[in-house]
Design a protein around this ligand. Structure first.
Ligand code: NDP
Length: 330
């Protein structure tokens, strides 16, 4: 029974040396417990924040203890009411092949509605983040211009498609021509910008959004955020969902002061943490499921095989190796 721990806190960019795979005996469930076999493990950029020893909305990982993230698992044995062998569940679980749980925080999921891995992406926190970020802060209106960064990633690719469903002009920013092709040809974004092949991102955004930006869904922060804000329309809304471009920075990065632009154009910039909206998760999943059924939404997954590949899959997020949701099949 293998499990993966954080061996040391990364400095700057994390590396494989920060993780270690260990082995222990397969556990046995006690009364009121279930034995879970991990099937799919989600790797997410926000886990980088939990590797720092700092206070946040979620406690830091402890050294030499199993890492955790959202996991889809199968019940292998149950000594708990309402759970049976063969059930599938999702929940915040350890990076461990087999583990016991008292059932708290586990959601039962079904293979009938979607492939099991989708509960880590479009029907999990990823889809919910895209949907609620736009609903709660973006407040998109038909005919507006929506810009999204990390556009070929898990959250970004769904954000852009929701923008199209809502009748908006949608522009995506991503890190390769292949990704731009994907979002414009398969996901129906109106335009795409490869931020790695331009030295003037502000100008590129202006060209792609001649009427200005009404809503910017930010997954990356840093200079791309600055360039987006400089192109915002009056009463524009910025959803600060993620800042992967600075997650590995050891010192607080400095940059452009945005205040004059925010004031001049009455722009709303609001941080978004999906966990603050737990009461809205079910309606969000219902809407996303309907759009999936109606074929209005597509989703992409990058599935890496093998339990021991989890740390590498996590590191690959920072290299942009994924399209859509990065998931490890155990
Ligand atoms: P993604 O699937 O988008 O994967 C990360 C992507 O980020 C990579 O594919 C890469 O694509 C891009 N990237 C990596 N480094 C940089 C960089 N230096 N500059 C610009 N882009 C970079 O991940 P998720 O969809 O899971 O998450 C997207 C963002 O949303 C993250 O910042 C995450 O932390 C945040 N998030 C926030 C939540 C919340 O509640 N606030 C919930 C879920 C996610 P490319 O090839 O285009 O560079």
């Amino acid at each position: 029974n293998k499990y993966i721990v954080l061996k040391k806190r990364p400095e700057g960019k994390p590396s494989l040396n920060d993780f270690e795979t260990k082995e222990t005996k397969k556990p046995q469930p006690g009364e009121g417990e279930v034995l879970l076999k991990a099937l799919y493990v989600s790797v997410d950029p926000y886990l980088r924040g939990r590797m720092r020893d700092e206070k946040s909305y979620i406690p830091p990982f402890k050294l030499n203890e199993p890492m955790e993230s959202m996991v889809v698992a199968e019940v292998e044995d149950s000594k708990k009411e309402n759970f049976s062998k063969g059930d599938f569940v999702s929940g915040m679980l350890d990076w461990q092949e087999y583990q016991v749980s008292d059932g708290k925080g586990l959601n039962k999921i079904s293979k009938d509605n979607a492939p099991l891995s989708a509960y880590l992406g479009i029907l999990g926190l990823t889809g919910i983040t895209a949907y609620l970020g736009l609903e709660k802060i973006g407040k998109l209106k038909e005919g507006e211009t929506l810009l999204v960064s990390g556009a070929a990633g898990a959250v970004g690719s769904i954000v852009g498609q929701i923008g199209k469903i809502k009748g908006c002009k949608v522009v995506g920013i991503a890190g390769s021509d292949e990704k731009i092709k994907k979002i414009t040809e398969e996901f129906q974004f109106d335009e795409g910008i490869n931020y790695k092949t331009t030295d003037n991102i502000k100008q590129e955004i202006k060209k792609a959004c001649p009427n200005g930006i009404d809503v910017y869904f930010d997954n990356v922060g840093g200079e791309i955020l600055d360039a987006a804000v400089l192109n915002m329309n009056k009463f524009g809304r910025v959803i600060n969902c993620g800042a992967i471009s600075i997650y590995n920075a050891e010192e607080q990065p400095t940059g452009l002061r945005l205040e004059p632009f925010l004031i001049k154009s009455s722009i709303l910039m609001q941080g978004f943490t999906v966990r603050d909206y737990a009461e809205d998760f079910q309606p969000a999943i219902k809407q996303l499921s309907e759009w999936l059924k109606e074929d209005k939404l597509q989703y992409e997954e990058t599935i890496v095989e093998g339990f021991e590949e989890i740390p590498q899959a996590f590191l690959d997020l920072f290299e942009g190796k994924n399209k859509g949701k990065m998931v490890v099949k155990v």
